[in-house]
Ligand binder design. Structure first.
Ligand code: ZN
Length: 378
């Protein structure tokens, strides 16, 4: 009997997913990767050999496989049938409710998910896996205070600090800059390298036109955050500058000269860094210093010859100095346009590429896995 079941399950694993034509499962953003569920199912199946009560694990694994395939109705039906088994231990019952909650959460039925997690909690208590799911629900409901508390309980400082920063941002939007600053201090106490917190501190200083403070937070942020995430400080600030523009400012530079000078000074005082120099070049262009921009971009190419965004912008700057034939100009403009449309950021865990920065990958849910897409073959 076991061999027949095993054959059926392995055939199920190999069966291709019923995805819509032309859409690879990995292109569905904001959901767990199917292979994560499949791996979880395989792990469950392995336990069969070690357990006497294999029926429970097989059912649970089957539900996971249905979920991995996107067949959530079948997943829910499998768990619900399992709940009617009288031989289940209380721990097993709790596990079934937890998986049912995950199924409903994946279906988008968040109220039902919440009910199932509540049932699981009465049996399993404050189980870390369950608390992580509850934190996910709080995040979906934009209840950042509760999400921060839940992540604190399972000792996840990066996620906790992230949600404290979200609370701070909400207060800043209401004009409560004092409590916003207090919450940012709290976030940095929890996670001193929280790039979100340093970025928000810089944004608050920028909005207040407090240039000394902007300089200090940028300097401190550069030494506090992980080197691979430093670029986010400038990317976040520049994206904020664009959102603050009024329609009347459409043709004026994005960076106020005072802010530009402060940022350039900090970059100059920092050990050479490809990404900082690249953003420094952009700031120089905003300030009208094309020569300085070229020097920064050249330095980028020396530090990393594969860093193609610097070569692209250099091409544009050199072309502006030369009289090109209309045909050459047209082709060059096309290349520059398409080159600037290439997505800039990538998740180092799952490979998702995006235009916008992210702190938790919307696909694989990894924290701080973002990287600047540096080379053309990444
Ligand atoms: Zn990812």
């Amino acid at each position: 009997m076991f061999t027949a079941l095993w054959t059926k399950l392995t055939a199920f694993i190999r069966r291709p997913s019923p995805q819509p034509a032309g859409q690879h499962p990995l292109q569905v953003e904001g959901r767990s990767l199917p292979w994560q569920d499949t791996l979880a199912a395989i792990a469950d199946l392995k336990k069969i050999q070690a357990e006497e009560n294999g029926g429970f694990t097989i059912h649970l694994a089957l539900g996971n496989l249905y979920r991995a395939q996107g067949d959530l109705d079948q997943a829910i039906a499998t768990r619900s049938a399992l709940l009617h088994h009288t031989e289940l231990t209380s721990d097993q019952q709790g596990r079934v409710y937890l998986e049912l909650g995950r199924d409903y959460k994946r279906s988008g039925l968040l109220d039902r998910a919440e009910e199932m997690f509540a049932q699981a909690e009465t049996i399993l208590g404050r189980d870390p896996v369950l608390l992580e799911e509850l934190a996910g629900l709080a995040t979906a409901a934009r209840d950042h205070e509760q999400a921060a508390d839940l992540f604190a309980e399972i000792n996840r400082p990066t996620a906790q600090a992230h949600h404290v920063v979200q609370q701070a941002k909400a207060l800043a939007r209401k004009g409560d800059t004092e409590r916003c600053a207090w919450l940012l201090r709290k976030a940095l106490k929890v996670a001193p390298g929280s790039v979100e917190a340093w970025m928000e501190r810089m944004i608050q200083a920028y909005d207040a036109a407090h240039w000394d403070l902007l300089s200090r937070y940028f300097t401190q942020g550069l030494s506090a955050v992980e080197p691979k995430l430093r670029f986010l400080l400038l990317e976040g600030l520049t994206q904020h500058m664009f959102t603050r523009r009024s329609p009347q400012e459409l043709f004026s530079p994005v960076v106020p000269p005072e802010a530009g000078q402060v940022l350039i000074q900090v970059i100059a005082a920092h050990p050479p860094d490809v990404h900082l120099l690249y953003y420094g070049a952009w700031i120089h262009i905003q300030l009208g210093n094309a020569e300085q921009a070229k020097i920064h971009l050249q330095r980028c190419c020396e530090l990393d010859p594969e860093f193609w965004p610097a070569r692209l912008e250099l091409l544009g700057l050199y072309a502006a100095e030369n009289q090109l034939s209309p045909a050459c100009q047209e082709h060059l403009e096309y290349i520059l346009l398409r080159g600037r449309q290439v997505k800039k950021f990538v998740c180092t865990q799952c490979g998702l590429k995006l235009d916008q920065i992210f702190f938790q990958c919307p696909r694989c849910r990894s924290w701080h896995s973002i990287a600047f897409l540096t080379t053309l073959d990444t």
